[in-house]
Design a protein around this ligand. Structure first.
Ligand code: ADP
Length: 392
């Protein structure tokens, strides 16, 4: 009986043990499965995060604007390549404080203000690096759903070119107003003097009327040149390039300027070979040659020669040169004579009826043919103006 009980107990315990083992095995399998699922999830999550970060980095890198992201302690978390260029950052600045990274007090001040106010728009920042830059910065705190700060984002727009254009425009308007006002006030002055009695003296009246005529001519030349510049710049002036014989084109201008050259005893010499042909708009080419030869006569010395020559340059374009033996140009003027309204001697230019736009027009016309215009000169020895055009 006792042994029967023991056998039964052993059987019961054996059964329980077996079930427990199965349960443990099942739990172990379930655990492994769960672990694998978690591992796969973690892997997927890491991959998705890496993909998202790569996309974000690509997005920031491809932006034209500079982007700076700061962490909650206001240390640099990200600087995209455009911002590195704008601020001239050449080293790793991740983890650095603003001043340490960029040495810009104004930027640090902007960050502090953003912390106070949450968001700042259109803050202007001047950066004095290799070249002076004007930047517009927009900044904002990055907040989570509870309103806690995750850091800050700052977006930088480069306004340098825009500001330069704005300055050029302002300068141009000021110059034009000045250039228009001068002959106008002279004309008005002569007219008033005539009306208050000078008209009764025929000799004085003639002299004053001649002056009025001269300054009216200057006004109309100026307006003509302004219109040409404006049409060239806005692309309204249609060019009709064709094969043009350069020798004949120079000859026509030499004849047009014959009277003016003779007055100053200047000899215009056309040395351009007969067979040189360029691909150009005939009328505009004429204007380029006229402006250069006219200047050579105007600013050259009395009794000197002006030589016009042509030869192929290294890129097989036609290089045409107008050489005079006049006063030449000071070194600082060499890079500037093609600017609108730049004159070496303002009074002399005005006296000669100059508008200050002749060389700017030359440069524009030549460039719109795909060529280049420049000057070489030695003070006291004369100047040589060159331009290139495509061959026909
Ligand atoms: P402007 O109407 O004053 O002649 P340009 O644009 O034709 O205007 O020329 C700009 C300036 O360049 C002139 O005012 C003059 O000072 C200088 N310049 C132009 N051509 C010559 C030259 N051949 N020799 C010396 N100076 C020149």
């Amino acid at each position: 009986m006792w042994s029967g009980f023991l056998t039964l107990l052993a059987l019961v315990l054996g059964g329980l043990l077996w079930r427990a083992r199965r349960r443990v095995a099942a739990l172990a399998t379930e655990h492994t499965r769960l672990q694998q699922t978690m591992e796969t999830d973690r892997h997927r999550h890491t991959e998705a995060l890496a993909r998202e970060q790569a996309q974000q980095a690509a997005l920031f890198d491809s932006m034209v604007e500079g982007v700076l992201v700061l962490d909650p302690k206001l240390k640099v978390r990200l600087v995209n390549p455009p911002l590195e260029r704008l601020l001239g950052v050449a080293r790793e600045v991740r983890g650095c404080a603003i001043m340490e990274a960029f040495r810009l007090h104004d930027l640090e001040e902007l960050v502090n203000r953003t912390v106070r106010d949450g968001q700042i728009g259109n803050f202007e920042l001047e950066v004095l690096g290799k070249e002076r830059r004007s930047l517009e910065v927009n900044s904002a705190l990055i907040l989570d759903r509870q309103g806690d700060s995750l850091g800050m984002i700052l977006v930088f727009h480069d306004l340098t070119r825009l500001k330069q254009l704005e300055n050029t425009r302002r300068e141009f308007v000021a110059n034009v107003s000045h250039e228009l006002r001068t002959p106008l006030s002279l004309i008005k002055g002569f007219a008033e003097t005539l009306l208050t009695g000078a008209k009764d003296d025929p000799a004085v009246a003639t002299r004053f009327l001649q002056k009025i005529e001269k300054h009216s001519d200057r006004l109309s030349f100026l307006i003509e040149d302004l219109l040409t510049i404006s049409r060239l710049e806005s692309g309204q002036l249609q060019l009709h390039p064709q094969s043009v014989g350069l020798h004949a084109a120079v000859q026509r201008v030499v004849e047009d300027l014959h009277g003016k050259a003779a007055e100053k005893k200047v000899l215009l010499v056309n040395q351009v070979p007969d067979d040189v042909r360029v691909h150009a708009d005939a009328e505009r080419l004429q204007q380029v040659l006229f402006n250069l030869l006219d200047n050579a006569i105007k600013y050259g010395h009395t009794g000197e020669r002006v030589l016009v020559s042509a030869q192929p340059d290294a890129e097989n374009r036609v290089k045409c040169s107008v050489r005079d033996f006049g006063p030449g140009l000071p070194p600082d003027a060499i890079d500037r004579v093609f600017e609108r309204f730049y004159r070496v001697d303002r009074a002399r230019s005005r006296e000669q009826g100059g508008t200050g736009l002749g060389l700017a027009i030359v440069k524009h016309i030549v460039q719109s043919h795909g060529g280049r215009a420049w000057v070489t000169s030695e003070l006291g020895k004369g100047s040589e103006f060159h331009f290139t055009l495509p061959p026909a």
